[in-house]
Design a protein around this ligand. Structure first.
Ligand code: ZN
Ligand code: ZN
Length: 355
């Protein structure tokens, strides 16, 4: 089959001689329709997690994808899966037996990295930037008819946004600040509204912030306004109830803590790869600020589907570009450098698909 193969930091090849993987017990083989590129893909491509993601080269990346089941491994049918079913994939497949898995926090599986009991597809297990991929049935959800296959590649990202706003909790009427107007920021903003936020404020800059305004959110441009002061002004001096950082930089993490008021809750999504952030510890203690780490998603794939179907979580406006698998390098560059206002960039491994 054809697949994108990372051969070292910053290098890849599109190969045509990769064997089609075989589904084991409780796994499905899927023909991949679309893969969305995410920020973590860029970091993996750059080799920022040496020896971890990936563990070794060559490696097939890609973890936000949609496709169709073409073969069932043993016993997958016991759970209702069938050939021809349209699915969306997600990266974590916990062991199912450790304590973290048993309490539903399989994204924190104690057996992380111990194949075949655990997988994280596209991180250290084979990913979906290929014509075919094998996934555990734990890591696919059936797509409703109302979601077409290319948009199915957005379900994983949307489910991470939902998990990101569920971690700090949204109370009815809360003011929520989303730090960052990229795809994750805009999805978190929609998820916060869906969970009952009274008002969602997005901070960012440039074209992306304009897009957030176009989607109906109050916006703050951090290049021309001081975000904490601007949020206080919008909230009668109180600050926000909740902030979600989607930037993962020292500055964005600090901004998220700065914009909440007393008793505020702050969640951090996206893996920070920069230096440590200097957090305002006196504020965190004296104002009883709660901090929440967010690692990918758990159990929110099914939950986000009806929100996408009812258009309360709007994924279609975020897909700005589509490339063939052969043009993977160009797709990565378009996403990373935000070429032509790129938000989410899809890659299609199907033969003869238009660019
Ligand atoms: Zn991702
Ligand atoms: Zn586990």
């Amino acid at each position: 089959m054809r697949a994108v193969v990372l051969t070292g930091p910053h290098t890849h090849a599109v190969r045509t001689d990769i064997p089609v993987p075989r589904p084991g017990p409780l796994e499905v083989l899927c023909q991949v329709d679309s893969i969305a590129i995410c920020g973590t893909d860029i970091h993996i491509y750059e080799g920022r997690f040496p020896g971890r993601w990936p563990r070794a080269y060559p490696f097939i990346p890609g973890h936000e994808w949609s496709g169709t089941i073409v073969e069932l491994g043993p016993q997958a049918d016991e759970f209702g899966w069938h050939v021809g079913q349209r699915v969306a994939g997600t990266s974590h497949a916990g062991c199912g037996y450790c304590r973290m898995c048993r309490i539903g926090r399989y994204n924190l599986c104690d057996l992380y990295g111990r194949e075949p009991l655990h997988h994280q597809y596209g991180h250290y297990s084979q990913g979906a930037d290929a014509e075919y991929v094998v996934h555990s049935i734990k890591s696919v959800v059936a797509l409703p008819d109302a979601i077409d296959l290319p948009l199915g590649a957005m379900v994983d990202t949307a489910s991470i946004a939902l998990h990101s706003v569920k971690r700090p909790g949204i109370e009815p009427g809360d003011t929520v600040v989303i730090v960052g107007a990229g795809p994750m920021g805009l999805l978190c903003a929609d998820c916060a509204l869906a969970l009952g936020a009274g008002r969602v404020i997005v901070t960012g800059s440039g074209e992306r912030l304009d897009r957030a305004a176009g989607l109906g959110f109050t916006t703050i441009n951090y290049q021309t306004q001081e975000p904490a002061a601007a949020v206080r002004e919008l909230t009668d001096g109180r600050g926000a109830h909740v902030a979600i950082d989607t930037g993962g930089t020292a500055a964005s993490i600090r901004q998220a803590v700065d914009v909440v008021g007393k008793g505020g809750r702050v969640a951090f999504t996206g893996v920070p790869t920069g230096g440590d952030s200097a957090l305002p510890l006196q504020k965190i203690v004296l104002e009883e600020i709660d901090l929440f780490g967010v690692r990918a998603n758990r159990n929110t794939m099914e939950e986000v589907l009806p929100l996408i179907v009812s258009n309360r979580v709007r994924v279609a406006p975020l897909v700005t570009h589509t490339f063939r698998l052969e043009d993977y390098g160009e797709a990565l560059r378009t996403f990373a450098e935000r070429v032509d206002g790129a938000l989410k960039v899809l890659v299609k491994p199907g033969a003869g698909e238009p660019a």
